[in-house]
Design a protein around this ligand. Structure first.
Ligand SMILES: NC(=O)c1ccc[n+]([C@@H]2O[C@H](COP(=O)([O-])OP(=O)(O)OC[C@H]3O[C@@H](n4cnc5c(N)ncnc54)[C@H](OP(=O)(O)O)[C@@H]3O)[C@@H](O)[C@H]2O)c1
Length: 238
């Protein structure tokens, strides 16, 4: 893994930072994506050996272009950057919240992935890991035995953005299968991070997500693609 390179978006804190940390610990050169240069610098410094900051706002086309121009080859892209503005159901959510959420969680993934495809195509084993959410699973959301079905449609902008990300995962996997890509989605489970205001008392350690993200990053040639996995490696229904 010593000659491998990875990019994790939104890696200055939370789950992304833990994924970047584990990749770096395993000897991978990791670009720590951060929209704020100083936050990215601090995170890369804290992770230490193998980590380097990369300024990258996933909603800024120019910034994405500048970042992509800096990388010749990329083996692993972890689309992690995400926002979750509110827990409101659709009838109480303004169009602006939907726009802002999709801009980061969906359009951002599309723009970053497309911009880094040339660098990924120079890898012998290109891998893309999309950090989704179990709350974006329509199967779980409609299963009366699953907790997500009793939410009253809460978190509509966020959850539908992750359902859209899941669809993108499938389409990228299908489109790039012939080129040796593996593209999978990962549901991290409830984690105590800034995104969910520490999830109403959740103590889920974001570091627990990193091993599964790294497994998907280093999938062998006969590994799965176009699949949705939970942080514990089990399958999540779409
Ligand atoms: N925590 C959970 O329970 C949970 C559950 C399911 C899925 N997830 C997913 O896990 C991923 C990471 O979330 P987290 O919980 O670690 O949240 P977090 O601690 O708030 O981290 C989110 C990261 O995304 C970055 N980000 C936001 N907008 C960005 C943009 N436009 N460009 C670049 N970076 C941007 C943030 O940067 P700044 O510091 O600059 O804001 C931060 O680095 C998200 O995709 C989230 O949906 C989390």
């Amino acid at each position: 893994m010593n000659d491998r390179t990875a990019l994790v978006t939104g890696a200055n804190k939370g789950i992304g930072k833990e994924i970047a940390r584990l990749l770096a610990q395993q000897g991978c050169a990791v670009h720590v994506g951060s929209r704020d240069a100083e936050r990215g610098r601090r995170a890369a410094e804290e992770i230490g050996r193998g980590a380097r900051p990369l300024v990258l706002d996933v909603t800024d086309g120019d910034a994405i272009g500048r970042a992509a121009a800096q990388l010749d080859r990329l083996d692993v892209l972890v689309n992690n950057a995400g926002i979750a503005p509110s827990l409101a159901p659709p009838q109480e959510t303004g169009i602006e919240e939907f726009r802002r959420t999709y801009e980061t969680n969906v359009h951002g993934v599309l723009a970053v992935t497309n911009a880094f495809l040339p660098a990924l195509r120079r890898s012998p084993q290109p891998r893309i890991v999309n950090i989704s959410s179990g709350t974006g699973s329509l199967a779980w959301s409609t299963d009366p035995d699953h907790g997500f079905s009793v939410s009253g449609g809460g978190g509509a902008a966020y959850r539908s953005s992750k359902a859209a990300l899941n669809a993108l995962t499938v389409f990228y996997a299908q489109a790039l299968a012939g080129e040796g890509f593996k593209v999978n989605a990962l549901a991290p489970g409830l984690r105590a991070t800034d995104l969910n205001a520490r999830a109403a008392g959740s103590d889920g350690d974001p570091a627990e997500v990193a091993p599964e993200a790294v497994r998907l990053a280093w999938l062998p040639a006969d590994g799965p693609t176009g699949r949705f996995f939970s942080w514990d490696g089990s399958s999540v229904p779409w």
